[in-house]
Design a protein around this ligand. Structure first.
Ligand code: SF4
Length: 203
């Protein structure tokens, strides 16, 4: 099963297929893999030993970044994520560690999680998706309901105390309008985090 895989010059980590959301645009609906990887559907969730063994097979003189992403929400396995990031920091201290997340770690864990990322994760990339809580609910369909959008914003704002770079992402036109992009930019300015508008890629 595919625990780690290559995307351009980064090593991506696939910890779980679980996710509290069911986004209408989720890539998982398009097929079992991305960027030529083998299937990202896991037979079972890998142990910490298996994750470290898989991370350890890459040549980090070639790869500059490890990204926790995969076919699920990586913070569903926060203990394994952080333990393997700790291994990376101890064995490959120059490697940049990023987590691509829906920002719902606190709701998943049922407690604040932001401080746990300190010293282990360099960038949190959080999917903002939209400026409108109602639209977020309709598009991301989180199992936490209306609590999800404000919890995601709170996670971003709080995490910046512990993580050097917190980025919130949306997709460019036609997924978002310039008006929505401006509102998202205002949200990020208020939270003190950076907005990244990802280029829309039609299939
Ligand atoms: S949060 Fe990510 S993994 Fe989860 S459903 Fe949405 S796009 Fe898919």
């Amino acid at each position: 099963m595919t625990i780690t895989y290559q995307v351009k010059s980064a090593v991506y980590v696939n910890l779980t297929n679980r996710c509290p959301c069911s986004c209408t645009f989720c890539l998982r609906q398009n097929g079992p893999s991305v960027y030529g990887s083998n299937s990202l559907w896991l037979e079972r969730e890998p142990s910490i030993e298996e994750v470290i063994a898989s991370l350890g097979k890459w040549d980090y003189s070639v790869f500059h970044e490890v990204v926790y992403c995969g076919y699920g929400e990586p913070t569903e396995r926060l203990d394994v994520l952080l333990a393997s990031a700790k291994w990376l920091k101890e064995h490959h201290p120059d490697i940049h560690v990023r987590v691509n997340t829906n920002g719902l770690a606190d709701l998943i864990a049922g407690e604040p999680t932001e401080a746990r990322f300190a010293g282990l994760v360099d960038t949190l990339s959080i999917s903002l998706n939209t400026s409108d809580p109602e639209e977020y609910l309709a598009v991301c369909r989180p199992k936490f309901g209306a609590a999800a959008y404000p919890a995601m914003l709170h996670f971003a704002e709080t995490a910046k105390q512990y993580v050097p770079e917190v980025v919130m992402t949306i997709v460019s036109e036609p997924v978002t309008t310039p008006e929505v992009q401006a509102k998202c930019r205002a949200i990020c300015e208020r939270l003190g985090v950076r907005l990244r508008i990802r280029r829309y890629e039609s299939k």
